[in-house]
Design a protein around this ligand. Sequence first.
Ligand code: KIV
Length: 313
Amino acid sequence: MSLTTFSTERADAPGGRQADSPAKVTVPSLLEKKLLRRPISAITAYDYASARLVDEAGLDVVLVGDSLAMVMQGHENTLAVTMDEMLLYTRGVRRAVKRALLVADMPFGSYHTDDREALANAIRFVKESGAEAVKLEGGRERAELIRRITAAEIPVMGHIGLTPQSVHRMGGYKVQGKTMQAIDELRTDALALEEAGCFAIVLEGVPRELAHIITEELRIPTIGIGAGPDCDGQILVLHDMMAMTFSPPAKFVRRYADVAGVMRKALEVYRHDVEARTFPADAESYHFSREVRELMHESTEATEPAEPIEAVG
Ligand code: KIV
């Protein structure tokens, strides 16, 4: 890797903020955006380089989502990723993100056994990875836990609707909130999460109309993914929007760039150049200094074998 690819130097103002960037995004500033009806932009990121691009592009929220189990680690679903792995990825993202609010996803199993352990895990995200908030999936059944975590001064983002950690219960990734009963339950869940202290709620894979109703009913922002345009904000998985996945995208994914296509092409050209010995060129190579060249020349001359003497007779 080129040492110049990503300089860690940034033109930061004191306090770690870029001199000309808008103010740091915080939990209160997101609530203010809801009041002012200003859309909230959110995206996932899992590593230093992409998180830095996200932050420099001015997005409001960076989520280190447990979707990394699929897009970074190649698992079939999100269930396998561990606390320690989530912490490792979040630390890399932390080093890159200066302005956006950094939210870490609590992985499956890290908040399902007992509330003490769940709180301890939420605290680990703040202490060991620098996350500013945690996200967890589920409705009313999580209200008590959310109260405990927020009482420990850790902001919590809720997540209802199509909750990927419930893949086995749901029988696949299916749009939720399609029956009258399911609609009522999701509305009740959303209000319960707000009441428990969540500062925002991700609404995933629900009909647009339901997302609209919930968004109107809540004082806290809703962040939609596959939930239509009426939420207070939107979130996508970075790899989905950049076409860095290997299966057809879901209906709600808009491809903003074909990064995989660009990479494939570049890799093929690189392989060709290596095989044709056109990479690296002389200009891409380091050279001896003139002094060393001369010394090398002298030492070769000194050690060169004398001309063989012709045998006589
Ligand atoms: O893990 C994740 O990326 C998420 C988003 C899809 C909201 O939870």
